[in-house]
Design a protein. Structure first.
Length: 615
């Protein structure tokens, strides 16, 4: 018999509770209570339990047998991890072995697993870089093993992070290196810089990690695969909290290859200083210069002003500094030497002289009179002064526009070559196409045709268009590098080389030499080029660049002025080679936006050559 009392309480149905309460209140003894019993409900209950057990047993078998290999691999992945050791990036030297780019030891903060709690702790350690940290953390994809949280942290920050290590699972301080660029303003447009890899770059370089850096501009970008090296690996075992328990093996990294340039760093600095000095004196903003060895195409110097400090990028540039560079109207990150497309002006005339002599339009003794310009119908095409009768040599020396109008478009008894022949020869000398220099971002320049003008402007080609093209104006554009390369052909007797900045790639076990590469040669007779060289020498002895007569060596050259815009401004050019008898350097200097009567490129050349041949 079952009774209710104060010590025990049975959970039964509401009906039983009411009977028990009634008995207790009345004090009567209850002999036996009959409880209704539902056998069907009990059967359902036991059946449900049986189904649950069958399901759990089946799931266990499935996970252990069918998916066993998968989960064992996952467990192993959780237990074994790979940490990567960044390879030292290759260094960059000038032709004399002077280092232009160093690697400085640095520390990075990286993460593989991250929690909100850890974020709050890190915020206290790096309060001034919290925004940067959040941006980097947002870049993490699910498939990324590690994310670079902060680059180039200092020793104090690293110590604080390491002291908090137990509370920051997944966060690590790793040894790395950052680039240190010597004379950064002087070389930045050539060397470029390296920086944190972006997601779109990662898609193109699947063997990189999201924590890696990559060359962004200049030589750093062009020779990325040589400079990068091969990362090392550390296999480690981690505990359940993600902390390293022990190392299981190390594969050491392999350093990247070093680059040895053709650049003469002292010449580069001298050109930069001289050009910058003239720009400041004349209150001008921009210019460029290129120096080549005409015997090989080696780039001895390449300057673009204004410039930028690539060390800012190496150390992690601030938003403010980056905005200042990007918003600068003078475009300091624009390499004018290879990407600036300008009207070449009279620097095209050595090419025009070579073409006219080759085509038989003139002979070396042909005389053409300049009375200060020529008239065609209602149009007048002026010369910068009346030169009288000039042959091709004197025309180069005094830069007679009338002479070259005549040989280009025809006038009087001179039939002229026409725009198609002008384009043909300009192409042969390297105009209108990229040279293939080992730098990214080179421009093509442009050489017009009659068909192009009709399709572009729905207007036919006029004789005036040919006249303008004949003196390097109108629609023709070229880069400073193209102009220097074209004059190298004149200086060396008829060979167009592909310009090269890098002379050697020094790997761990061998050295690869960047040998001279000929684009084309023999397309102009040597005697014709001799005549053109003599005319360019006369530019210095009795023409527009007599300032250079007192230099230690004989110099030949060609001045140029190219108008642009509607403000009566012009780009000033001077292209030259020296020594005249056996040229070893060709140099072009460009000064942007000077007055039409300005004379600024020649003084830069004079100062540089005086230093170069006297040192």
């Amino acid at each position: 018999m079952n009774f209710y009392n104060k010590k025990y309480k049975l959970k039964v149905s509401k009906e039983i509770d009411e009977i028990a309460d009634s008995v207790l209140l009345s004090g009567r003894e209850v002999g036996r209570i009959e409880v209704p019993f539902n056998k069907n409900l009990l059967n359902v209950f036991w059946f449900a339990i049986l189904l649950a057990m069958i399901f759990l047993f089946g799931r266990t078998v499935f996970l252990a047998v069918a998916k066993g290999d998968y989960y064992r691999a996952v467990a192993k992945e959780n237990r074994l991890r790979v940490s990567y050791i960044k390879a030292p990036r290759g260094k960059i030297f000038d032709r004399s072995g002077n280092a232009l780019v160093y690697n400085i030891p640095s520390l990075d903060l990286i993460v593989d697993e991250f929690s909100p709690e850890a974020l709050e702790k890190i915020k206290k350690i790096f309060p001034n870089r919290y925004e940067e940290l959040l941006l980097n953390l947002k870049s993490k994809n699910k498939e990324d093993n590690f994310v670079l949280l902060l680059k180039n942290i200092n020793q104090k920050e690293a110590m604080l992070a390491m002291e908090s290590y137990e509370k920051l699972p997944g966060v690590q301080v790793t040894k790395t290196a950052i680039r240190d660029y010597s004379d950064s303003l002087i070389f930045s447009n050539v060397i470029g810089y390296e920086g944190k890899i972006k997601k779109e770059e990662l898609a193109e370089n699947p063997d990189y990690l999201i924590t890696d850096s990559i060359g962004k501009r200049g030589l750093e970008k062009y020779y990325e695969k040589d400079l990068r090296g091969t990362p090392g690996k550390i296999n480690v075992e981690v505990d359940s909290m993600g902390h390293v328990a022990r190392e299981l093996g190390v594969i050491n990294p392999e350093s990247g290859s070093d680059l040895v340039l053709n650049i003469d760093s002292q010449l580069q600095k001298k050109i930069f200083d001289s050009l910058t000095g003239v720009l400041e004196k004349e209150n001008l903003k921009a210019g460029a210069a290129v120096a080549l060895d005409p015997r090989s195409g080696a780039v001895l110097a390449m300057v673009s002003v204004p410039s930028f400090d690539n060390n800012l990028f190496a150390k992690g540039i601030s938003n403010e500094d980056y905005a200042n560079i990007l918003n600068n109207e003078n475009k300091p990150m624009f390499n004018r030497a290879i990407a600036g497309e300008y009207a070449p002006g009279s620097t095209l005339k050595p090419v025009m002289a070579s073409a006219a002599l080759t085509e038989g339009v003139i002979s070396p003794s042909t005389q053409i009179e300049s009375k200060g310009g020529i008239s065609v119908g209602n149009w007048f095409f002026g010369d910068w002064k009346a030169h009288g009768f000039t042959d091709v040599k004197k025309a180069l020396a005094v830069s007679s526009d009338v002479f070259f109008y005549s040989v280009g478009g025809g006038y009087g008894s001179i039939r002229g070559m026409g725009v198609d022949k002008i384009k043909k020869y300009a192409n042969l000398f390297g105009y209108g196409e990229m040279s293939g220099i080992d730098l990214p971002g080179e421009a093509n320049g442009f050489l017009p045709t009659e068909k192009w003008k009709e399709e572009t402007f729905n207007e036919k080609w006029y004789i005036g268009n040919t006249y303008h093209a004949s003196i390097g104006q109108g629609y023709i554009t070229a880069t400073p590098l193209q102009i220097a390369n074209s004059v190298s052909v004149v200086a060396n007797g008829g060979t167009l080389y592909r310009p090269r900045l890098v002379s050697q790639i020094q790997k761990l076990d061998k050295t690869i030499y960047n040998k001279s590469e000929v684009i084309r040669s023999g397309f102009i007779n040597a005697d014709i080029l001799k005549t053109v060289r003599e005319g360019m020498r006369m530019t210095v002895t009795e023409g527009t660049a007599q300032m250079l007569k007192t230099l230690p060596v004989a110099v030949a050259g060609k001045t140029g002025t190219a108008q642009f815009g509607n403000e009566k401004k012009a780009h000033g050019w001077f292209v030259s080679f020296a020594p005249y008898e056996n040229p070893e350097i060709v140099m072009v200097v460009l000064v942007e936006g000077q007055e039409e009567s300005g004379f600024n490129a020649v003084p830069v050349t004079n100062e540089v050559y005086n230093w170069y041949f006297s040192r």
